[in-house]
Write a new protein. Structure first.
Length: 221
């Protein structure tokens, strides 16, 4: 997403972290971006749900380990009750169980707290546009995990997948985000997104993690 032009609505973001020493500076830093407006800061999942209900909200930047209701359960609730609200996880935890649980719950992005401001704002913009951004460490762990798990039978790719869509799936299977795929194929990110949307619809792919599994199962990654 480019910098906003006059009249463009900024992305409305909720920052969720149980530690005020993390939550408040993060909200202040994100608020410096011209196209991002931090509309609420939440200390637990119930506060996130309340902020979204009061809305409107475009993206929740979600910590995983929070009291009352943790980030994974909150993400699941948001996915069910507010599917238009994107979730980007920002956490210190990059273990397999945390990653897969958050992505399965519906998170569109997963970053560790080593991520810089540019990485975080890029992930927020991508999530708002329906794209996924995974930290490199998270990509590597996800790929390693799915390669050790059997692929469900009968999950071959449909015959109407185009050569370009197959190329895109191959690169998703290698862990590349949309921007890197666009650069690799010399096409725009918008075109990549179109290919992904068509691919997911044709192959009944649920999300980015499922796409990685399908790519590996089809021998593309």
């Amino acid at each position: 997403m480019t910098e906003p032009t006059q009249g463009t609505q900024p992305l409305r973001v909720v920052v969720a972290d149980d530690q005020a020493a993390v939550r408040e500076p993060l909200a202040a830093v994100l608020g410096l971006a011209e196209d991002i407006e931090v509309v609420a800061a939440a200390a637990d999942g119930t506060e996130v749900l309340a902020a979204v209900a009061a809305g409107p909200v475009d993206v929740v930047l979600m910590d995983l380990r929070m009291p009352v209701m943790d980030g994974t359960e909150t993400t699941r609730r948001l996915t069910d009750e507010h599917p238009d609200v994107a979730v980007v996880v920002l956490t210190t935890f990059a273990d397999d169980d945390s990653i897969l649980a958050a992505l399965s719950a519906g998170a569109r992005g997963y970053l560790t707290k080593n991520a810089g401001r540019q990485d975080i704002t890029r992930a927020i913009r991508a999530a708002a546009a329906g794209q996924s951004v995974l930290d490199r460490e998270v990509q590597d762990r996800l790929l390693a995990t799915v390669r050790t798990r059997p692929t469900a039978p009968g999950r071959t790719l449909p015959a109407d997948i185009t050569p370009r869509e197959r190329e895109v799936l191959t690169l998703i299977g290698q862990g590349l985000p949309n921007r890197a795929i666009a650069e690799k194929l010399f096409i725009s990110e918008a075109t990549v997104k179109t290919h992904i949307n068509n691919l997911f619809a044709k192959a009944d792919i649920k999300d980015r993690a499922d796409a990685v599994r399908r790519a590996i199962g089809a021998g593309l990654a």
